[in-house]
Design a protein around this ligand. Structure first.
Ligand code: ADP
Ligand code: MG
Length: 388
């Protein structure tokens, strides 16, 4: 789960991390009022995306009047950044932040490191809006410092980070203290990313988190009911959102074959085989361990809400869940929903013969496939409206 910059900064502040003063605003009047509290300010689009600065989503305003006109232009605009894709994101909220006199900008983040089964602090003296270019052209300028999740953050890791950023004396102390807070936040809230870009040194010698991105591990959200109100479903793909409510793993893609699969590995293999035969998957949908009628129905509903889907490929392995039960679920869901697009089914596993017979006897126009390759070919042909 992602949250907005203003929420991330409130969370950072609650851990004692230094952030500039800021006030969220949903209307032009609120923006004006907030800006009146600061001498000059920065108006920042609140969308779940980085790269806003380069796309016109971060603007300086010397006066509250200027902030008002900037806010007028920004609220409701479609912000297209490098991260949003061409469809962009509508700006529904702003953060009015006090303007800060910046001396230097750094990159600092904490993320998981599955190889070391720990965390890693990522630091670079080349922070700010050019970090992507730095990563490409000068990867050596981005340094990783491993942190154990058992021992937690240690000062020597902070000293190393300060060395990377070129911070000494009091600034080094500030960085060590900040890193301790960021690691604490990361671990306590089950984050997947805490990124400060830029972390800045102000002209009066203070470190400040000028931008903040905090992402949470979805699998641990059940441990954090306090985070639920921070979710902004406007920022999420509506299909992915409704899938998450039904406990389905769903990712929207841009092809025309809806895939209903059980298990993430099988989902990947299904997408690969569709691609291999020249087709294009519309989604990655994993119903998980239980392909019951209800779950299959929810899955079909989500797949069908994507107007691009021309055929559905059901590729299910009946392990613990037997094929006859799955077949019954499929038949029932297809019948209840009056599906009008072709459905290709490949079943394998326990009681497969019984499962296939249930589908045959249903009288429904379900296209049976003998194996994955056959299923992929038939689904591609069905999406094109021809017979395989
Ligand atoms: P994004 O990463 O989405 O482009 P940032 O919040 O990092 O957005 O803002 C982009 C740039 O704007 C920063 O690198 C910084 O130079 C400048 N900036 C952002 N907030 C402020 C602020 N409060 N005061 C002064 N400059 C700012
Ligand atoms: Mg930034």
């Amino acid at each position: 789960m992602k949250i907005h910059e203003y929420q991330a900064k409130e969370m950072l502040a609650s851990y004692g991390a230094p952030v500039p003063r800021g006030i969220p605003a949903k209307t032009v009047d609120q923006a004006y009022e907030a800006a009146s509290k600061f001498g000059s300010c920065v108006v920042k689009a609140q969308v779940h995306s980085g790269g806003r600065g380069k796309a016109g989503g971060v603007k300086f305003a010397e006066t509250p009047e200027k902030a008002r006109s900037v806010a007028e232009a920004m609220l409701g605009m479609k912000l297209i950044t490098k991260q949003t894709g061409p469809e962009g994101k509508i700006v529904r909220q702003l953060l009015i932040s006090e303007a800060v006199d910046v001396e230097r900008e750094f990159y600092l983040s904490i993320t998981g490191d599955s190889e070391r089964a720990g965390l890693v602090i990522v630091a670079s003296a080349a922070g700010g809006t050019e970090i992507e270019e730095t990563a490409k052209e000068h990867p050596e300028a981005i340094v990783q410092i491993p942190v154990s999740v058992i021992e937690g953050f240690k000062s020597y890791q902070g000293i190393r980070a300060a060395e990377v950023l070129g911070l000494e004396g009091d600034l080094q102390k500030q960085l060590i203290s900040l890193l301790g807070k960021l690691v604490k936040l990361y671990l306590e809230k089950d984050c997947s990313l805490v990124e400060i870009n830029p972390l800045v040194q102000t002209t009066d010698g203070k470190l400040l988190c000028l931008d903040a991105k905090v992402n949470f591990d979805d699998n641990a959200l059940f441990r954090h009911p306090e985070l639920a109100p921070m979710r902004d479903i406007n920022e999420e793909d509506p299909k992915e959102y409704s899938a998450s409510l039904s406990d389905l793993n769903y990712v929207s893609l841009d092809g025309d074959i809806g895939c209903l699969v059980n298990g993430a590995g099988l989902a990947m293999a299904t997408m690969d085989i569709i691609k291999n035969f020249g087709g294009s998957p519309a989604n990655f949908l994993d119903v998980g361990g239980s392909a019951t009628t209800e779950r299959v129905k929810s899955a079909f509903e989500i797949i069908l809400s994507d107007g691009n889907v021309k055929a559905i490929f059901v590729n299910i392995f009946g392990g613990i869940m037997k094929c006859d039960i799955i077949a019954e679920g499929l038949v029932q869901a297809t019948r209840d929903m009056g599906l009008s697009i072709p459905v290709v089914v490949r079943l394998e596993g326990t009681n497969v013969d019984l499962g296939r017979k249930i589908i045959e006897d249903s009288g429904l126009a379900i296209i049976a496939a003998s194996d994955m390759a056959d299923g992929a070919r038939k689904a591609i042909a069905a999406a094109k409206g021809v017979k395989a």
